[in-house]
Structures are given as C-alpha cells and as structure tokens.
Design a protein around this ligand. Structure first.
Ligand SMILES: Nc1ncnc2c1ncn2[C@@H]1O[C@H](COP(=O)(O)OP(=O)(O)OP(=O)(O)O)[C@@H](O)[C@H]1O
Ligand SMILES: [Mg+2]
Length: 272
C-alpha cells in the first residue's frame, strides 16, 4: 500500500528549479531514504510534503488524501510529522517535559483542561507522563528524563527530537539528516531506533548523507540530483547505478557499498 505519493512535484526559487517534476511512491510500513548531493533539493522536498512550502506544480497525496498546499499544522494533525535538519528542542525544559509538550497537543482535554486540573485532567496527565517515559525508554533516554535538554550530548538531543515527534503517533515520520554530527556508536543506535519505529507501524522517510546508515536501514532509496529524481530502488541496485555513482564524487563507489568502508565517512558530494 502506498502511504505517500508525489506526482510531478516542482518548486522554483527564482530561476533555480530546486525540485523538478518529482514522482515518488512511498510504501507504508518500511524505511525509504532520499539521498543526493548537497543542494539536490532533499530538504525542499520535505518542506513541500510537510506544508512548510507550497509546490509550484504537482500533487501530494498522503493516506489517500490530496494534501497539496495544506498548512503544516493540518498536515501534522493528519499524521505526517517531520523533524528538521537542525535540532529544535526546548533547551531549558527537561527531557521529559520536552516530550510532554509534544503529547499535550494530542490529549482530549488539551491545554484548557490542563489549567483547570479536573480529576479527568490529572488522569490524562498521568497518561501523558507514562507515554512520555515509554517514548524515552524506546530511544534509550529514560535515565536522563529529569536532565535539562541543553545538557544532553548532541546525539542524545537528536534522539529526544525523534521521541518527541513520535508523541503525535504519526503514520509517516520524515527525518532530515538525523545522523548529522553523530558518532559511529550513536549512528548505530539511531539505525536500530529507525528500524524499530518502522516495525511498530510508523513509516519512515529519511534524508541522509551517511551512506552506511542508509544502506543498513532503508528498504528503498530515491536519489535526487539538481532537483530531479535520477534513480530509485532497493539499496543493492541503487548503489551500483552509474548515474548515482556519477552524481557523487565523480565516479567513486558509494560508501556503505563496501562493508569495510570508513563508517564515519560522509557523502557530502557537492556541486558548489
Ligand atoms: N528558501 C530558498 N530560497 C532560495 N533558494 C533556496 C531556498 N531553499 C533552498 N534553496 C536552494 O534550492 C536548492 C535545494 O536546496 P535544499 O536545501 O533542498 O537541498 P538539500 O538537498 O537539502 O541539500 P543539503 O544536503 O545540503 O541539506 C539549493 O540550491 C538551495 O540553495
Ligand atoms: Mg537539506
């Protein structure tokens, strides 16, 4: 079953076509990666899908509904949630509170009910806390629940962000470069978390430069170059694709194609 479908999606910035007539079908249940050199249009594609920017042409269908041009809040409420390329946390709140803020948007009583503190509200709050702690355990941050977010290591902040985005119980989660700045061990942990998210029924669409992570985590890969989709398929096929190899580093084999490749190496191929 297809959960997300893009048909001829295009976005221009002045004379630059950042996303150029992209067709993409994302199957429900797995992990799909979007890769491509710097400036290929990956983040713009996410902005279009999540409603932060509007396409100049094309159609975006999520879970059978045309969401083209809808507001980001409406798209998030319908079950499509994204994280950003740079960490966006409430730095002065605790780890637990960061997740609770995400959960509160989804409780029956909402904010007004929380202010009045009826028995029903207190019960809802207990449920929110239990859910928040469960999400922290899921990403391995339960021991840090009371820590201020600013005191977390960078890799932990990224995991916290992912846990918070799961508070909304999304059907589709968009992750923009979640491994950027992570150590090798943190990246391994992240790969496990992403697979677990998919196993629990949230489809994942992932932008990533770390080819080892992509090859180990994604079921399917779509490759963008200069805004166009130049290849798509399972990892084993995509990494051998001559057009993909040419788009990166002018012909060197993809990192991650070789299991002995430097696991920290990045694929920041650039046209700049
Ligand atoms: N708001 C904007 N205004 C003008 N140009 C933009 C804007 N956003 C992106 N661009 C341009 O569109 C192109 C695609 O940018 P985008 O950020 O989508 O690339 P990306 O694939 O995410 O790159 P990276 O891997 O570096 O994050 C780039 O040439 C970028 O400079
Ligand atoms: Mg980007």
């Amino acid at each position: 079953m297809t959960i997300l479908s893009l048909q001829g999606v295009t976005r221009r910035f002045g004379g630059l076509v950042a996303v150029d007539a992209v067709d993409l079908e994302v199957s429900a249940g797995g992990v799909t990666a979007v890769i491509g050199p710097n400036g290929a249009g990956k983040t713009t594609l996410f902005n279009l899908v999540s409603g932060f920017q509007t396409p100049d042409a094309g159609r975006i269908v999520f879970a059978g509904e045309d969401i083209t041009g809808r507001r980001p809040e409406a798209i998030a409420a319908s079950g499509l949630v994204r994280t950003f390329q740079l960490v966006q946390l409430f730095q002065n709140l605790s780890v637990l509170e960061n997740i609770q803020v995400g959960c509160h948007l989804h409780t029956a009583g909402g904010v007004w009910s929380a202010l009045l503190r009826s028995p029903r509200t207190r019960r809802a709050e207990q449920e929110v806390e239990a859910r928040a702690r469960e999400l922290l355990a899921f990403v391995g941050l339960d021991a840090a629940a009371e820590t201020e977010a600013s005191a977390l290591a960078y890799g932990q902040q990224r995991l916290l962000e992912i846990a918070r985005s799961l508070a909304a119980r999304p059907r589709l989660l968009l992750l923009d470069e979640p491994a950027a700045g992570l150590s090798v061990d943190e990246t391994k942990r992240l790969s496990g978390v992403i697979r677990d998210i998919a196993a629990r029924g949230t489809t994942v669409l992932l932008i990533e430069h770390d080819m080892k992570l992509v090859m180990n985590t994604a079921d399917r890969i779509a490759v963008l170059d200069f805004g166009r989709k130049i290849a798509e398929g399972p990892p084993a096929t995509v990494r051998e694709n001559p057009a993909v190899v040419a788009a990166y580093l002018g012909g060197a084999p993809l990192e991650g194609a070789n299991p002995d490749a430097n696991p920290g190496a990045n694929f920041g191929g650039t046209h700049a």
